[in-house]
Design a protein around this ligand. Sequence first.
Ligand code: ATP
Ligand code: HSE
Length: 324
Amino acid sequence: MGIQGGKVRVKVPGSTANLGPGFDTLGMALDLYTWIEMSTAAQTSIHLLGSGMEGIPTDKSNLIYKVAQMVFDKAGVTHPELEISMYSDIPLTRGLGSSAAAIVGALACANALIGSPLSDDTLFQMSTALEHHPDNVGASLFGGLVVAFWDGERAEYIRVEPNEQLEVLVAIPHFQLSTEKARHVLPREQSLTNAVFNVGHSSVLVAALCTGRLDMIPRAMKDALHQPYRAPLVPGLAHILAEATNHGALGVALSGAGPTMLTLVDRSSSRKAELEQFLQGTLQAEGIEATLMWLNPASHGVQVLTHFDEGCTLFENIKGDVRT
Ligand SMILES: Nc1ncnc2c1ncn2[C@@H]1O[C@H](COP(=O)(O)OP(=O)(O)OP(=O)(O)O)[C@@H](O)[C@H]1O
Ligand SMILES: N[C@@H](CCO)C(=O)O
């Protein structure tokens, strides 16, 4: 199989993982996006557009470049030199799925560049093997709410359309917390009590989200497996987890491995300002600067963009669509 000409662009949503008790299993796509453009070139070059990309390499050690090579290997295509441009509204290393979006975007973009020989399932298996978190990559690939597991060999998922009443308010602290570091504080073994707690709460939460029982979310969206251990890494988290539902949130969780905190809110709630003040006030009292952002669940997963002006740069094409 050969490489097709032209530029390929993809738009891929970020995500929240570990939705409440769904540790490593329950993710939701959010309307914060990464855009990636790829074309073959005489020599490889990587362009990072916008701000917030400090520390991301622009040589062949770049994650997006390396993931593209895996697609060419899998498809049996000789490796071309690539010109890659990337812009992201998803803040890095904050628990909003930036690495999963980069991996899924790179897989989809490279696959489209060679005529899409790899199936969605193959992309899901490859991205899970790379990221290890099927809830993050599943949400970026398929959009919506993704209930998933990975047994170390295969990942399985079911996608659920998020309830239209659900809106999301996130508090994004102005510091980074890598998944690796936040994973390191978790115990290797857990009690049967904690396991039963999470299985029960997660099962009821998924059933509530599937049946529109929003009234059940405050009681079901609780976790014993990771949030208690990660609370010392995020000042204010313990208080926010304990009290946000008393200030207008339907449910509250650490987003992914943190440090972002995520609240689910009923779209028609009259208490949105109260919730904003509670989150900001709690974090300020701890000396933590944070940005609050209202988001929506994203129904679409990664999309290969077909209508764009090849004469314009990636940023010129998307600037009406980006947040900043
Ligand atoms: N667009 C990108 N291009 C290249 N590398 C990226 C890109 N986005 C993220 N990364 C890499 O992924 C790392 C962040 O991954 P990490 O899993 O720690 O956090 P996250 O994905 O933002 O949050 P979480 O997994 O908790 O939702 C960055 O430090 C960077 O190395
Ligand atoms: N599920 C992973 C985070 C992935 O975003 C963890 O909690 O370590």
